[in-house]
Design a protein around this ligand. Structure first.
Ligand SMILES: Nc1ncnc2c1ncn2[C@@H]1O[C@H](COP(=O)(O)OP(=O)(O)O)[C@@H](O)[C@H]1O
Ligand SMILES: [Mg+2]
Length: 241
């Protein structure tokens, strides 16, 4: 279980992005972190993956403080797929997937390649192993980035706005595909995309101005988010409001 307790994070410029955030994520399933643009979702994700350190409060993963984990323990606890995916453009898809296992986990190169090929195959993009990121579609790149995240076998995988580069139809297909994954990994999906959240997640947390407004059933969080007003909600794909 991920346990976040009374976390505060203020950026150096003085923007208070997280204001006393507490929440838990039980292992298993797919959980959404919802909220309008600027509500603190990405900041929370960066704190959960220790790319940012909160000024106060604590985060523990399966009973261990995030700050006490060494680099390998950390990356096997929480993985992150950033919004812009961070696929290295000068490396093939396969090379993108083998980089971290070889460098971080010290998996022998041949074994890492074999595992990466298996993962791509399982994700329906086995034919793209030798392609460069610029030559594949947004949906394919999204899958490749998730495959890369899963190869480190994290117990939790954080995805930041995974549908932001996808059109509505591809988002739907991506949601269906995500639901079929039977991984040992718990997915935590940061999104402002209500339709997508409904497609994939069963529970959710709603952030509002850096505070937890709702935690629990997804539909409760979604209804409250919809209640915040549709007109300035960025990129809402739910349509119709
Ligand atoms: N690097 C940064 N420096 C200063 N302020 C930031 C930075 N990143 C985000 N913020 C601010 O922190 C708040 C939360 O942002 P963010 O976590 O990115 O929200 P979300 O992901 O929900 O859109 C916003 O007010 C945003 O402008
Ligand atoms: Mg964000």
């Amino acid at each position: 279980m991920i346990r976040v307790e009374n976390v505060h994070f203020t950026y150096p410029g003085g923007t208070k992005a997280l204001d006393n955030v507490s929440m838990t994520v039980e292992p298993g399933g797919i959980r959404a972190i919802l909220g309008r643009s600027g509500s603190g979702k990405t900041t929370l994700l960066m704190c959960l993956s220790r790319f940012l350190e909160p000024q106060s409060g604590s985060i523990s993963i399966d009973g261990r403080g995030l700050v006490s984990l060494d680099e390998v323990e950390l990356r096997q606890s929480v993985g992150t797929v950033f919004q812009n995916l961070h696929l290295f453009p000068h490396l093939t898809v396969l090379e993108n997937l083998t980089l971290a296992p070889v460098r971080v986990l010290e998996v022998p190169e041949n074994k890492a390649k074999e595992q990466a090929r298996d993962a791509l195959e399982r994700f329906g993009i086995g034919g793209l192993a030798d392609a460069y990121p610029a030559s594949i579609s947004g949906g394919q790149a999204q899958r490749a980035a998730i495959a890369r995240g899963l190869l480190l076998e994290p117990r939790y995988l954080l995805l930041d706005e995974p549908t932001s580069a996808l059109d509505v139809q591809t988002s739907r297909e991506f949601a269906q595909w995500l639901r079929t994954l039977r991984e040992a990994t718990t997915f935590i999906i940061v999104t402002h995309d209500i339709a997508f959240a409904r497609d994939v997640a069963s529970s959710g947390v709603l952030l509002k101005d850096g505070r937890v407004a709702t935690e629990g059933a997804l539909e409760t969080a979604v209804l409250e988010l919809e209640g915040e007003g549709a007109e300035d909600r960025e990129g809402d794909r739910a349509g119709g409001g």
